[in-house]
Design a protein around this ligand. Structure first.
Ligand code: HEC
Ligand code: HEC
Length: 211
């Protein structure tokens, strides 16, 4: 009882101090982000974001602003029919996260190092490399490198990192852009519409080994 009271007062005092502080921009708390990651996200994305299962995206080393945007996009906004990025699994987890949780867990995963990965299929990788560097002009597909960068590292707050991502996940998310299940980027939806399944598989295989 007493403990609970002391805790409540301490929490209140912290709240007041934070509210009174001059800084308007909230700073991410990596320790709190790690706590969320190791309590909840670990089951699929691993404690350090290097998910070992190819359908779960690697979050390690991804840009924090991009990760936070995705978590917002999985949430169904009040009055909306569905989420901008519809996914039954992530909808449930994103719904439980506060704004602070999102900022903290995104910053935590962004700060983790991505483990080197390798492409497995040589012929697919070569086709994927051509698409990545030159696009598919006949199908109106632009070069991926134009936005995601020559080595797939992206640009923080604009373009996500693609290098080292699991090929299965990358191909699946391209297909989701094409079908509109993932409707959180007009640019990527248009680009994916120009690609067939073979193109997506090839470029995804190339990305897995890119660094
Ligand atoms: C039960 C497994 C599971 C758990 C637990 C889980 N995720 Fe996910 N996560 C997924 C799957 C599957 C996807 C891909 C969904 C899709 O295709 O949109 C995903 C996608 C994501 C993405 C998008 C990544 C990208 O590259 O666009 C983010 C960010 C993310 N999860 C963060 C989290 C965080 C933070 C937690 C913990 C609060 C969490 N996830 C817990 C399975 C899980
Ligand atoms: C005009 C700029 C642009 C070009 C060109 C482009 N992309 Fe993207 N891409 C984006 C943006 C912006 C996002 C982030 C969308 C979001 O906010 O959800 C993205 C996201 C992605 C994702 C999702 C990453 C993840 O972790 O879920 C994949 C995969 C991807 N792009 C692959 C490609 C491929 C393959 C090509 C070339 C065929 C390509 N992109 C060309 C702008 C671009």
């Amino acid at each position: 009882m007493m403990h609970a009271l002391v805790f409540a007062i301490a929490a209140l005092a912290t709240g007041v101090l934070q509210a009174a502080g001059p800084a308007k921009v909230a700073v991410a708390d990596l320790a709190k982000g790690q706590a969320v990651a190791s309590a909840v996200c670990v089951a699929c994305h691993a404690a350090d974001g290097n998910s070992a299962i190819s359908i779960y995206p690697i979050l390690a080393g991804q840009h924090a602003a991009y990760l936070a945007k995705q978590l917002h996009n999985y949430q169904v906004k009040p009055g909306a029919a569905g989420a901008e990025r519809a996914n039954a699994i992530m909808a449930g987890f994103a719904a439980t996260l506060s704004e602070d949780d999102i900022r903290n867990v995104a910053a935590f995963y962004a700060a983790q190092a991505i483990k080197p990965a390798y492409a497995k299929d040589k012929a697919l990788t070569e086709k994927g490399q051509r698409i990545y560097r030159a696009g598919i002009p006949a199908q109106g597909v632009p070069a991926c490198a134009g936005c995601h960068g020559p080595n797939g590292s992206g640009i923080p707050s604009q373009y996500p990192r693609l290098s080292g991502q699991h090929a299965d996940y990358a191909a699946a998310t391209l297909a989701a852009f094409k079908s509109g299940e993932r409707a959180n980027s007009g640019q990527m939806m248009t680009i994916a519409k120009g690609m067939n399944d073979g193109d997506m598989k090839a470029v995804a295989e190339y990305l897995a080994g890119l660094r």
